[in-house]
Ligand binder design. Structure first.
Ligand code: NAD
Length: 504
């Protein structure tokens, strides 16, 4: 497979934009460093798009859009199927690119590509998904039908933590629906997104239907305000999501902006403690806690607290922290040194605020230049502490103890985030009350990370999502299309004009 990089120097390659079916070859005014988190070394640089570069990408998309929109559904679907096949064939290559820039272990990166690919599977059904409605004879000789039409050029802005999956939450559906797409991926992990477009084009996607511009706020702002961009999907931290929502909707665009999270797992005393402990460890420390659906707060009800701490401690101590490609590695490094230091500062704050640090992972980096931090476990965390209040986005789990189920629900519901949550219990009544009362968008019942399958929609409530539409599933189809209702009469109308309001 060819790469989408130009060599900038002998040692460091430059990841370029991909516009109109070709890798750009400009010498950018600004570029960012891309690290291998396992070694701490800069391995690549990534070009940062200027407003002019974004303009070129939008022009390429706008130029490709009419022919793509007009391509018959069956041919569009065949392109999606061909992309799906190439994705399967190149799964491991993509996963290796992700591990090299994000740091997550290879099996996790493979899982990410798989889950993103499920959205492509869903988008392969576009002829069915785009079917409208038809009502015959709504009035004498009159039929009404609804159709869904694409929006035009749409943009996606994505975070570092799922360099392939989160873009695939967006572009397969947007493009299947007939739009042209511009992706602005995270500057921390830019290579997998380039490879995705390259594969899509090899599958037959016409040049310009999908473009990638790399960069930072300059590129994002140019997209948010561009007159030819009709809609913006974004996933990132809450302050950035709020900003994108306000700026793009202020510019008259359709927007869905997914934000950060603080996901709680409520553990009832009647839960199967071994199964719960396995679930806690996987969901708190998988991908080093850099998942928007990671569990970062366990709410232990009554005697569940002591039992859970006893059960999780040995499991956490046994976790194998290592480079993502190392044999048997279960948890890799954090994405950058700056992020690792920020997470460590939260651990320091938790100690000084009086939480009990049961397991301390701060020494895991000793002797390595990689951005490692071992798993940290806090018990007796109070809701007023910063480790509870803030989204840490690292391998730091807080256990908050409450006396009753009602207190647990109250705690979750008073949190400003509402992305995911879970309850572990053997009581159907408790589970049912939880799913009815909890103010969170995605709920797991004895399932720790309840990420919906591609044919449902993904999205949180409150500060975890700005806008009305969740991503993928039917919300995705609705977001990337607008509905038109046509009322038609073919029989010859009665002679003469009628000035009265038509009735049936
Ligand atoms: P981030 O907010 O720093 O960046 C997200 C994107 O926005 C990137 O493409 C980045 O270049 C761009 N960006 C950053 N600062 C910007 C600014 N000031 N103006 C305009 N654009 C800007 O997020 P991140 O660190 O890459 O990813 C981690 C965050 O994403 C976490 O908060 C996590 O919870 C969240 N996330 C949420 C979901 C979800 O589904 N809700 C999924 C994955 C990640």
């Amino acid at each position: 497979m060819t790469t989408t990089e130009d060599t900038r120097t002998d040692e460091v390659t430059l990841v370029q934009h991909r516009i109109g079916g070709a890798v750009t070859s400009e010498n950018p005014e600004r570029a960012g460093d891309v690290y291998d988190p396992a070694t701490g070394r800069v391995t690549k640089q990534v070009a940062f798009a200027s407003p002019d570069t974004v303009d070129r990408a939008v022009a390429a998309a706008a130029g490709a859009y009419p022919a793509w929109r007009d391509m018959p559904l069956a041919r569009r679907a065949r392109t999606m199927f061909a992309f799906r096949e190439l994705l399967q064939q190149h799964k491991e290559e993509l996963a290796r690119l992700i591990t090299a820039e994000h740091g997550k272990v290879l099996s996790d990166a493979m899982g990410e590509v798989e889950r993103g690919g499920e959205v492509v599977d869903f988008a392969c059904g576009l002829p069915h998904l785009l079917k409208g409605e038809f009502s015959e004879n709504v009035s004498t000789g009159v039929d009404t039908y609804s159709i869904r039409q694409p929006l035009g050029v749409v943009a996606g802005i994505t975070p570092f933590n799922f360099p392939a999956m989160v873009p695939m939450w967006m572009f397969p559906i947007a493009i299947a629906c007939g739009n042209a797409f511009i992706l602005k991926p995270s500057e921390k992990a830019p290579s997998a997104p380039n490879m995705l477009v390259e594969l899509f084009e090899r599958a037959g996607l016409p040049a310009g239907v999908m473009n990638v511009v790399h960069g930072d706020k300059v590129a994002v702002d140019s997209l948010l305000l561009h007159k030819d961009v009709a809609a913006v999907s974004s996933v990132g931290s809450t302050p950035v999501a709020r900003y994108i929502y306000e700026a793009a909707s202020g510019a008259g665009k359709r927007v869905q902006a997914l934000g950060g999270a603080k996901n709680h797992m409520v553990v009832m005393p009647d839960a199967d403690m071994d199964a719960t402990a396995d679930a806690v460890v996987g969901s708190a420390y998988g991908s080093a806690g850099e998942r928007c659906m990671a569990i970062s707060a366990v709410v232990a009800v009554g005697p569940a607290g002591d039992a859970l701490i006893d059960a999780v401690k040995p499991r956490i101590k046994a976790l194998h922290v290592d480079a993502g490609t190392a044999d048997g590695a279960e948890m890799g490094p954090l994405v950058t040194g700056a992020h690792r230091d920020k997470v460590v500062s939260f651990v320091d704050a938790g100690v000084s605020e009086g939480a009990e640090l049961v397991l301390d992972g701060r020494d895991a980096a000793a002797g390595s230049d990689g951005f490692f931090l071992g798993p940290c476990l806090f018990d007796h965390v109070e809701p007023s502490m910063s480790i509870y209040q803030e989204e840490i986005f690292g391998p730091v789990l807080s256990v908050v103890r409450v006396e009753t189920f009602d207190e647990a629900v109250e705690l979750v519901n008073s949190n400003p985030y509402g992305n995911g949550t879970a309850i572990f219990t053997s009581s159907g009544a408790a589970a049912r009350a939880f799913q009815r009362e909890i103010q969170v968008g995605m709920v797991g019942i004895n399932v720790p990370i309840p990420v919906p399958m591609a044919f449902y929609s993904f999205g949180g409530w409150k500060n975890s999502l700005f806008g009305d539409a969740h991503v993928h599933g039917m919300d995705g189809v609705r977001f990337y299309t607008r509905s038109k209702v046509v009322t038609s009469r073919w029989p010859a109308p009665p002679a003469g004009s009628q000035l009265g309001f038509p009735t049936n």
